[in-house]
Design a protein around this ligand. Structure first.
Ligand code: MTE
Ligand code: MO
Length: 321
């Protein structure tokens, strides 16, 4: 996510080049060289980033949700991340998220529901068959990836708790523990990270409760042990490391919308026709397609998921951005 830092040397994220990725790796190496990381932190970082050390998460490919695009390399998807609880640089989550303790972990589901529940990860894993779905994820900063996520429709969980007639919205709250998350010292956002959806958006079968990716449990830097993925919305709507799901009558106060309401609306549907106040949203850079001659891709309405359009019929999407 992009913030107004008073540093004139910061490029707009929509201008991020392969050089930027190189710099975040260099930042990691510099930290190593400067001894900025303890031996323990280094081991944790290596573990968090070591695909071999992550448990396998078998998932049946759901052909109904297979993008024609080629999947992004796992090395890119796990090293170029936004997870501000672990720092503002794209390379920070990979290096620092080893301190996130993902077991034991529970998710509290409450608010306007008939059957509030507290579920641990094993119960979440058993709640419905785990599917693999190849979804695009587009960040509001102007880059995108294609990731084989593992999970099931959030609707499966919502049906279990039986929302009351008053439930109109769903609020997702991320863990906020300064002992595990060095980025919480930053005042960029007010913690915890909160996101929200309208109930019908949350019930849409595309909205995924994700427990893994690339056939493994989620890497810490990608939001372990459980996050949501809303593929037709800008990436910041897809909250990571969720500890609470609350059903509400009124629209939740969300983290990015609170800090910069003119820039980050509650809806945040991927929409090439509505520019961010500081840059166009018409195109995007696909991570991995970084040749100097590579053209940017045209961003598609709803990120290429036109089946969600009916959720917004009659709404002015310039007003409800
Ligand atoms: N808790 C939390 N969730 C978050 C974020 C964050 O900073 N904290 N960043 C968001 C943004 S801006 C993006 S683009 C995606 C990135 O997901 P990825 O790193 O798995 O690609 O996570 C979203 N979820
Ligand atoms: Mo993002």
């Amino acid at each position: 996510m992009l913030i107004k830092l008073p540093r004139s040397t910061d490029p707009l994220s929509s201008e991020i080049t392969p050089r930027e990725q190189f710099q975040s790796r260099r930042h990691f190496l510099t930290q190593l060289a400067a001894g900025g990381l303890s031996a323990g932190a280094l081991v944790d970082a290596a573990m968090a980033n070591d695909a071999v050390s992550r448990a396998r998460l078998p998932a049946r490919i759901n052909p109904a949700y297979t993008a024609a695009d080629k999947a992004t390399a796992i090395a890119d998807a796990t090293s170029y991340n936004n997870f501000y609880e672990f720092g503002l640089d794209k390379g920070d989550p990979m290096v620092r998220a080893g301190t996130l303790k993902t077991k034991p972990w529970t998710v509290r589901i409450d608010g306007e529901v008939k059957k509030p529940l507290t579920l641990d990860i094993d119960s979440l894993l058993k709640l419905a068959p785990i599917e693999e779905r190849l979804y695009r994820l587009r960040c509001v900063e102007g880059w995108s990836m294609v990731i084989p996520w593992a999970g099931y429709s959030l609707a499966e969980l919502i049906r279990k708790v039986e929302p009351t007639g008053n439930a109109k919205f769903v609020e997702f709250t991320t863990l906020a523990d300064p002992a595990q998350m060095p980025g919480l010292g930053s005042r960029v956002l007010s913690w915890p990270y909160v996101e929200g959806l309208r109930l019908d958006e949350a019930m849409h079968p595309l909205t995924l409760l994700s427990l893994g990716m690339y056939g493994q449990v989620l890497p810490n830097q990608n939001g372990a042990p459980v996050r949501i993925i809303v593929p037709w919305k800008y990436g910041f709507k897809s909250a990571k490391s969720i500890v609470r799901i609350r059903f509400t009558e009124t629209q939740p106060k969300t983290a990015w919308n609170s800090v910069a309401p003119d820039e980050y609306g509650f809806y945040s549907n991927v929409n090439p026709e509505v520019s961010h106040p500081r840059w166009s949203q018409a195109t995007e850079r696909r991570i991995g397609e970084d040749g100097y001659l590579t053209r940017k891709r045209k961003t598609l309405m709803f990120n290429g998921y036109p089946e969600v359009a009916s959720l917004y019929s009659g709404m002015d999407l310039k007003k409800f951005y």
